[in-house]
Ligand binder design. Structure first.
Ligand code: THU
Length: 129
């Protein structure tokens, strides 16, 4: 599908600015496009008890789901610290839970150029009950 990938990436960049990452100093921002057409931003939120940290992607997805969304179309991810900031394994499985008929697209950026990849490339055999 063709979505406004640049708009999603711009929002992921905006979200990275609110990252709370004093421990890793690795800021991440994410932007979710839901089937309603609404977008939801999220950032990583770290904690002194390191394991309590939440990734930017899950922050954005949980915001969307808690607002009543049930299907996700695309997720843009950005970190000022690295090119091509890809989702961790846990976030891939969380995305899989909310995939509808259309495969979720994941947008990252390498040297200013957008990469658009399918969730199935990242997670070929997701778990679903
Ligand atoms: N992080 C994310 O926000 N998303 C990912 O997919 C991978 C990692 C965050 C968690 C932690 O705050 C920092 O990046 C370093 O691992």
């Amino acid at each position: 599908m063709k979505y406004d990938y640049k708009l999603l990436m711009d929002n992921a960049k905006e979200a990275a600015k609110t990252s709370y990452s004093p421990f890793s100093k690795f800021a991440v921002g994410a932007c979710v496009l839901a089937t309603s057409g609404k977008i939801y931003k999220g950032c990583n939120v770290e904690n002194s008890s390191f394991g309590m940290t939440i990734c930017a992607e899950r922050c954005a997805i949980f915001k969307a789901i808690s607002e009543g969304e049930r299907e996700i179309l695309a997720v843009a991810i950005y970190s000022p610290n690295t090119d091509d900031c890809n989702p961790c394994g846990a976030c891939r499985q969380v995305m899989y839970e909310f995939q509808g008929k259309n495969e979720i697209e994941i947008i990252t950026e390498s040297s200013g150029v957008l990469n658009v990849r399918k969730l199935s490339e990242y997670l070929p055999y997701g778990f679903k009950i």
